[in-house]
Design a protein around this ligand. Structure first.
Ligand SMILES: Cc1ncc(COP(=O)(O)O)c(C=O)c1O
Length: 479
C-alpha cells in the first residue's frame, strides 16, 4: 500500500516516519471507494435474473492469487516510473480517480465504437472531449479519443490529405515527432521538414521561404516537442496561414494542457493561446492529462470534416440514431474505460485556469526552471535556454562533441546508480554549433545530451535528490 497522506509526496527528509512506502499501490480508502462504487454499479442491474460468472480455467481463488502474485513479481522488472526520482521518459502516473474509474468501468468493459456497445461511456467521451475543446477555446468541434497521439495525428493528417489532395506537401519542424514523416508515408502524402531555431522551435523565416514555392497543403506545429518541450510559434503561423492558405495542424500531444498553466513564459503562452486558431489539434490525456495509456485525442475546429469519415456498419449501429463515435473515428473498437477514466478525472479536476489541475502543471514548469537554473549556474554543465515547459536538456561541459556524448552516457549511468533516472537525447550538430559555439563538433552529426522530463508535480519537492543524481557523473570537478 502506498501512503495515505500528503507526506507520501515529500522527499525522504520531509516524510513523516512510517507514513509512506516507496512503491506504487492502492490505499485502503481507495479500495473501499472502488468496492462501494462497484456495488452502486451492480445495483443498476438488479432486475436481471441471478447468475454466477463462470470464466474458463481453475475456479479456486488460490490459483488466481498465484498467477496475480507472479504477475506482480514480473512487473517489478520496471524502472520506478511512478516515483519522483524517475525523470526519464514521458511517463506520468495516472490520477487515482482515473485508475479507479478505469477499474470500475472494467466491470462493464464497454466498447466506444458504437452506442450499442458502449452507451454511457460514449456519452462520457463526448462530454470529456467537449471539455478538451473548451480548453482549446472552441465553442463547436468534432473530436474523439484515440489509442494515443500517433493515431490521433494519423487522423488529423488523413483529413488534411483529403482536403489538400495527394500532391499537397505536409511540412513539420525537424524536431516534430518522428511519426509525422512515417504517417505521411502511410497516407501517401509528400512530407518535408523545416529547420528549427536554436530554441528548438520551427523557424518561421525558413517556413516562409518554403511556402513561397506554393505546393504546401499542411503545416504541423508542435506545441511541446518531444525532445525539448519547445513550443512552435503557432500564433505567427496562423497569420501566415491566412496569407498562404495551408491547413494548420497543432500536435499538442505533449504540451496542449499547458494552455491552462499560468506559469509558462509569455511567448509560450501566446502560442498556446493560438491553439484556438488551428484547424485540428491533437492532445494526449495519457501524457499530461493524468490518464492510463491508451488515451489520445484528435479534435477538428470544423465539424463538417465528419463527412470524410462517412461509412456504414450494418452490424454495429442499430439501436440509436444519435452519433456513434465509430462513425467519426478511423479505429473501430476502443476502450470505453479510457473515456470513463478521463471523464471522472475532469469531474474531479476541471480543466480550468487557476484550478488544481493547472497548479500541478505549474509545479512541473517550476521544477524544470529550477533544475535549469542550477545547471546554468554550475560550470560543469552546458545548458540551453530556459525550458518553455517541463523538459530540460543539458550536457557535461567538454570541448568536443565526442567527449560530450561519452560524458553524457557516463552521467546517465552514474545518476541511475544513485537511483535517479534520467534520459538521453541527441542534438543535431548544427544546433550544437549555434548554442555552444565553443564546442568542436568536428564531423559528428549529433551530440548525445541528458534530458529530464519533470512531469510530476512532486518533482519540485525532490530537486535536491534529483540534483544529487545529476551531479554524480561530474563529481570531483570544480563547479
Ligand atoms: C509531440 C508528440 N506527438 C506525438 C507523439 C506520439 O504519441 P503516442 O506515443 O501517444 O502515440 C508524442 C509522443 O511522445 C509526442 O511527444
Amino acid at each position: 500500500m502506498s501512503g495515505e497522506d500528503a507526506s507520501a509526496s515529500q522527499p525522504p527528509g520531509g516524510a513523516a516516519s512510517g507514513s509512506s512506502t516507496p512503491g506504487p499501490g492502492w490505499t485502503a480508502p481507495e479500495l473501499d471507494v472502488l468496492a462501494a462504487a462497484a456495488r452502486r454499479l451492480g445495483a443498476g442491474f438488479e432486475d436481471l435474473p441471478a447468475w454466477r460468472p463462470s470464466p474458463p480455467g481453475p475456479a479456486s481463488p488460490g490459483a488466481l492469487e498465484a498467477v496475480l502474485m507472479e504477475t506482480a513479481s514480473r512487473l517489478t522488472d520496471n524502472y520506478p516510473y511512478f516515483h519522483p526520482l524517475y525523470a526519464g521518459q514521458m511517463l506520468k502516473p495516472p490520477h487515482p480517480v482515473a485508475r479507479l474509474a478505469y477499474a470500475l468501468a472494467m466491470l462493464i468493459n464497454p466498447n466506444n465504437h458504437a452506442l450499442d456497445g458502449g452507451r454511457a461511456s460514449s456519452f462520457m467521451e463526448r462530454e470529456a472531449v467537449a471539455g478538451l475543446a473548451a480548453m482549446i477555446g472552441w465553442p463547436t468541434h468534432l473530436g474523439h479519443l484515440t489509442g494515443g497521439g500517433t493515431l490521433a495525428n494519423l487522423e488529423a493528417l488523413w483529413v488534411a490529405g483529403r482536403l489538400g489532395g495527394p500532391e499537397g506537401v505536409v511540412l513539420a519542424s525537424a524536431d516534430a515527432h518522428y511519426t509525422h514523416g512515417r504517417l505521411c508515408g502511410v497516407l501517401g502524402l509528400p512530407f518535408e521538414t523545416v529547420p528549427v531555431d536554436p530554441r528548438g522551435r520551427l523557424d518561421v523565416a525558413a517556413l516562409e521561404r518554403r511556402l513561397a514555392r506554393g505546393d504546401v497543403a499542411t503545416v504541423v506545429a508542435t506545441l511541446g516537442t518531444t525532445g525539448r518541450g519547445a513550443v512552435d510559434p503557432l500564433a505567427d503561423l496562423t497569420a501566415l496561414r491566412d496569407r498562404h492558405r495551408f491547413r494548420l495542424h497543432a500536435d499538442a500531444a505533449y504540451g496542449g494542457y499547458f494552455r491552462l498553466a499560468g506559469g509558462v513564459g509569455a511567448e509560450a503562452a501566446r502560442h498556446l493561446a493560438a491553439l484556438a486558431g488551428a484547424d485540428s489539434v491533437v492532445v494526449d490525456p495519457h501524457k499530461h492529462g493524468l490518464q492510463p495509456y491508451g488515451c489520445g485525442a484528435v479534435l477538428f475546429r470544423d465539424p463538417s470534416v465528419a463527412a470524410f469519415y462517412r461509412h456504414d456498419s450494418p452490424y454495429t449501429y442499430f439501436t440509436d440514431a444519435d452519433l456513434h463515435l465509430g462513425e467519426i473515428s478511423l479505429e473501430c473498437s476502443r476502450a470505453g474505460a479510457a473515456a470513463v477514466a478521463l471523464w471522472a478525472t475532469q469531474r474531479l479536476l476541471p480543466l480550468e485556469r487557476g484550478g488544481d489541475f493547472a497548479a500541478g502543471l505549474d509545479r512541473c514548469v517550476a521544477a524544470a526552471r529550477a533544475l535549469h537554473g542550477r545547471l546554468a549556474a554550475d560550470g560543469r554543465f552546458l545548458t540551453l535556454d530556459a525550458p518553455e515547459l517541463d523538459i530540460v536538456v543539458w550536457a557535461p561541459a567538454e570541448d568536443a562533441a565526442e567527449a560530450i556524448s561519452a560524458a553524457s552516457r557516463r552521467c546517465f549511468e552514474a545518476a541511475a546508480e544513485r537511483g535517479v533516472h534520467l534520459a538521453l537525447t541527441r542534438l543535431r550538430a548544427e544546433t550544437v554549433r549555434r548554442v555552444w559555439p565553443q564546442v568542436d563538433v568536428g564531423a559528428a552529426e549529433e551530440v548525445t545530451c541528458l534530458r529530464a522530463c519533470l512531469m510530476k508535480p512532486e518533482h519540485l519537492d525532490w530537486l535536491d535528490e534529483l540534483w544529487a543524481g545529476v551531479v554524480a557523473g561530474v563529481a570531483g570537478r570544480a563547479s
